[in-house]
Write a protein that binds this ligand. Structure first.
Ligand code: UGA
Length: 434
């Protein structure tokens, strides 16, 4: 089956490559010429585990093509996925100008039936607006459909998630659109055995908002519990484990720490609050979720200040810059909160990250970057853990202690066992643990 995917970011490129891998013929479109030039040279514009091999294999198999021309993409396939960016506007609402632009260009160039599928996370009623846009620009009363197919991929495990989804959700208005999308997903549904849910467009759009905001709420909930644990002398890891064994709660997304980041949760919670507001509902619960998340970072900063007392000229080794392991993505990463604060306090910073350092260098070219964790920790007055990379988990703690000037570890991701750290002679602070 022929499929066009517009947008070659984290969602679009992974989706396009995965569709090709299951046997479809896929055209990926992006108006950023440099991105398409990179892809044609087999260079990935983003880091995602397994993506390079997937793209290479499917380009070689002639199932994956790249173009900057949306006109070519419109001609290529009946089904067109829209996976362009929806960055936050100044009041937290999603900026839909790229989605609108794609709708308009497709409408102006299509010569027969097309199905436009929103994959970007968009507010409820975007489907309806997209339909209005297409109707406005389409020539000669051609038939078309819009559909919603929200994405549930996580960065770092996106390819695995695409082939083994928990569910596929589509929102449609016609049997024709449902049939086409069933055909698109048939190989994945057959292989993974996942549920294929068909609903109306607004419900599909809301499923995405409600899911991401619920996960963010779960994280903020455990972070709030972690604060009470600190006051009560309890251990949040043990509490979370005890809670998570209840199958109604589950173990996942109960890791306390310096809060959630990334391109999705902060933006999506914001957008959900905003759209609820517009619809007439004041979503106080989600406002509190945001507040708790921000407060976790401030709380850790207070702990750092308290531990160091005078920050000026103290050497702090920061382990982890990416918003989570397995990605080079810095969007809303805790590092972007701590680094400027620590620079302002005139601490000396040494930074380590296995993948995200190059992106960070573009923002802070003059800081000291290390390839090796122990070099980074050498002569440091404090190690601050912001991303739980496997390399951090596997650290030789005796070597770490030896390398540091003063063995103080501030663990923003609860990577190590407090009892073990104290036994080894570290001054160790984490989140929500005695
Ligand atoms: C998230 C969702 O998990 C995906 O289902 C969704 O498709 C995606 O957003 C999206 O909307 O595109 P992602 O942002 O890639 O995926 O990453 P997550 O693994 O969900 O982590 C998000 C943040 O929460 C990270 O900063 C992570 O460190 C933090 N987190 C996660 C915690 O602080 N505690 C936890 O227990 C889990």
């Amino acid at each position: 089956m022929k499929i066009t995917v517009v947008g070659t970011g984290y969602v679009g490129l992974v989706t396009g490559a995965c569709f090709a891998e299951v046997g479809h013929d896929v055209m990926c479109v992006d108006n950023d010429e440099s991105k398409i030039a990179m892809l044609r040279r087999m260079e990935m514009p983003i880091y995602e585990i397994g993506l390079q091999e997937l793209v290479e294999r499917n380009v070689a198999g002639k199932r994956l093509h790249f173009t900057t021309s949306i006109e070519e993409g419109t001609d290529f396939a009946e089904v067109i996925f829209i996976a362009v960016g929806t960055p936050p506007g100044y009041r937290g609402e999603a900026n839909l100008s790229y989605v609108e632009q794609v709708g308009r260009t497709v409408a102006e160039h299509m010569t027969s039936y097309r199905l436009l599928v929103e994959k970007s996370t968009v507010p409820v009623n975007t489907g309806m607006q997209l339909k209005r846009t297409i109707t406005k620009y389409i020539e000669g009363g051609l038939d078309f459909d819009v559909a919603s197919n929200p994405e549930f991929l996580r960065e770092g495990t996106a390819i695995e998630d695409a082939f083994q989804p928990d569910r596929i959700v589509i929102g449609v208005e016609s049997e024709r659109a449902a049939k086409l999308l069933r055909e698109v997903y048939d190989p994945i549904v057959k292989k993974s055995g996942c549920e294929f849910l068909v609903m109306n467009i607004a419900s599909a759009e809301l499923t995405k908002h409600a899911s991401n905001s619920f996960l963010a709420m779960k994280i903020s909930y455990i972070n709030a519990v972690s604060r009470v644990c600190e006051l009560a002398g309890a251990d949040v890891e043990q509490v979370a484990h005890g809670m998570g064994l209840d199958s109604r709660i589950g173990q996942k997304f109960l890791n306390a720490g310096v809060g959630y980041g990334g391109s999705c949760f902060p933006k999506d919670v914001d957008a959900f609050i905003h759209l609820s507001d517009q619809l007439g509902y004041d979503f106080q619960l989600l406002k509190e979720v945001q507040r708790i998340n921000q407060n976790q970072r401030e709380h850790m900063l207070q702990k750092i200040k308290h531990e160091l007392w005078v920050m000026q000229d103290k050497t702090i080794a920061i382990l982890g810059l990416a918003f989570k392991p397995g990605t080079d993505d810095l969007r809303q990463a805790p590092s972007l909160y701590f680094v400027p604060q620590l620079i302002e306090a005139r601490a000396k910073l040494k930074l380590w990250d296995p993948i995200a350092s190059d992106n960070f260098k573009k923002l802070y070219p003059d800081l000291t970057y290390c390839d090796d964790i122990l070099d980074c920790a050498k002569d440091a007055d404090m190690v601050l853990i912001l991303t739980e990379w496997p390399e951090v988990r596997d650290l030789d703690l005796k070597k770490l202690k030896k390398a540091m000037a003063v063995p103080v570890v501030m663990d923003g991701r609860n990577v190590f066992d407090p009892a073990e750290m104290h036994r080894l002679g570290f001054i160790y602070h984490s989140m929500g643990r005695p």
